[in-house]
Write a new protein. Structure first.
Lengths: 105, 364
């Protein structure tokens, strides 16, 4: 399976609240809260780092979880958020997420 | 329990200001008869000052941000402010009269990911709406704006204030909202002006109108449930708070002054000379507002409506005491359920000069 690049959409509202990330989609107003592991993935989703790298360098060492288990959970998480347009997924680096400013010009 | 309710409870426990309402200007192109504001510009925050405030709010954990006024589009930098706020990932709602929103503004608000736009409409009939706003042609322009916003896919709410001057148009205005495909809210609350002038309170509707409203399932949902007699307040109610003002929300005016709520004119600090976090966490006024539980209220703690009343501490403050009753909410509770509030009984007792409750033993 080719590796995937993930990037945070700009069409969201997001804020940390007591260690949990709150996210609301500006598209369909769906509201999510992310646990600590998901928050780490979310914060690392810069479009340039692959999901595998995020799991290997961030999730596994910080949460002492087996890579296979972490990958399975992460793929499920990415799949769910991408369906709501909250995470952008590509097999190529996502160099520029849709900029709010650029979009309007 | 919904996720949002859970987050609100969590914010309450952590003392996080989850929601902030900012009036970016008091200037307005309408002169609504019921408006509580002074529209002169007394030195609004600059673009840079507002951006600095937004940085501080994001740092403090604010998630929901309401931009209002005055009319927000009277500021030429308004869209720049919204863009900055969205860049900080706030959930943004805009309140406006819409008369300055055209194709460009509507598209820009959509592109910026604004969550919702709320527009004030007081009647479906131009001569009634325009007489309230004192701006000829304003209803037509506001409706055009709603159409632009809807066409661009924004969530739109039409908000109405029920007053003596538009009470006969409520159903027609609601029908207009349905026709335009937007949400509709109705509020019978008219508040005193911020300078204490109470002359506009004559616009409040009579009691019969409240009875009609509370019996309308289109507005209140399940009428039987909405109008049910209150359950006796339990310990959770007595240990709780009236509303979120000062707990998880606050208000900032165009001059940088911070208040517990837009309807609670108790100054707690100024962002031109203080940090937001210092005001929110350490202002004595905020601390006092936060310290008041239902059990501490002078009259309402003994009221049967204590657990269900919409008591506004800001209106109570304007009436004389933030620990006292808010008479307009007493009236709402009474007209909703038919049961007088403790405050109403107290006033009736004082007027009659007799005891509040007379107890007479039943003869054996």
């Amino acid at each position: 399976m080719p590796d995937t690049y993930i990037a945070r959409s700009t069409a969201i509202a997001a804020r940390m609240l007591g260690g949990e990330m709150m996210i609301m989609s500006a598209v369909d107003s769906t509201f999510f809260t992310l646990n600590e592991v998901a928050t780490v993935i979310w914060q690392a989703a810069d479009g340039r780092t692959t999901l595998s790298e995020i799991i290997e360098h961030r999730v596994c060492p910080e949460f002492e979880v087996e890579p296979d288990v972490a990958r399975r959970d992460a793929e499920q998480f990415v799949d769910e958020l991408s369906q709501h347009g909250i995470l952008l997924v590509s097999d190529q680096p996502i160099l520029e997420t849709k900029s709010i400013t650029a979009e309007a010009q | 329990m919904s996720l949002l309710v859970e987050m609100n409870d969590k914010a309450m426990k952590l003392g996080i200001p989850l929601s902030v309402h900012i009036d970016v200007t008091y200037r307005c192109n309408e002169r609504c008869v019921h408006c509580y504001l002074d529209h002169d510009d007394k030195g609004e925050m600059t673009t840079a000052e507002i951006k600095n405030v937004l940085d501080q709010l994001a740092e403090a954990g604010v998630f929901f941000l309401v931009f209002s006024g005055g009319e927000v589009f009277m500021r030429q930098d308004f869209l720049e402010i919204v863009e900055y706020a969205r860049g900080l990932q706030f959930n943004v709602k805009v309140k406006t009269n819409g008369v300055m929103i055209h194709e460009y503004e509507a598209q820009r608000l959509r592109d910026l990911g604004v969550e919702q736009v709320q527009l004030s409409v007081y009647s479906h009939r131009p001569h009634v709406h325009d007489a309230i706003t004192k701006l000829p042609g304003s209803l037509k322009r506001t409706i055009n704006s709603i159409r632009f916003l809807k066409w661009h896919g924004l969530k739109v709410t039409m908000s109405n204030v029920l007053m003596t001057v538009n009470r006969d148009d409520q159903a027609g205005t609601h029908a207009l909202a349905k026709q335009l495909g937007v949400a509709y809210t109705l509020d019978p609350t008219v508040t005193p002006k911020l300078d204490g002038d109470t002359s506009i309170l004559t616009l409040r509707v009579e009691e019969d109108n409240l009875d009609e409203l509370f019996a309308d399932p289109d507005l209140v949902g399940d009428v039987e449930e909405f109008c049910a007699p209150p359950l006796p307040p339990d310990e959770d109610v007595m240990e709780g708070y009236s509303c979120s003002a000062g707990h998880t929300s606050c208000y900032i005016n165009p001059y940088g002054e911070v208040f517990p709520c837009v309807q609670f004119p108790l100054p707690t600090g100024n962002l031109r000379s203080q940090k937001f976090a210092d005001i929110w966490y350490r202002s004595p006024q905020m601390e006092e507002v936060r310290s008041i539980k239902v059990k501490d209220l002078t009259v309402c703690s003994s009221c049967s409506h204590a657990g269900t009343c919409t008591r506004c501490p800001g209106l109570a403050y304007m009436e004389g005491s933030m620990r006292g009753p808010s008479s307009s909410d007493c009236e709402k509770s009474f007209h909703r359920t038919g049961i007088p509030s403790a405050n109403m009984l107290r006033k009736a007792g004082l007027a009659a000069g007799g005891p509040l409750i007379q107890i007479q033993p039943i003869p054996a």
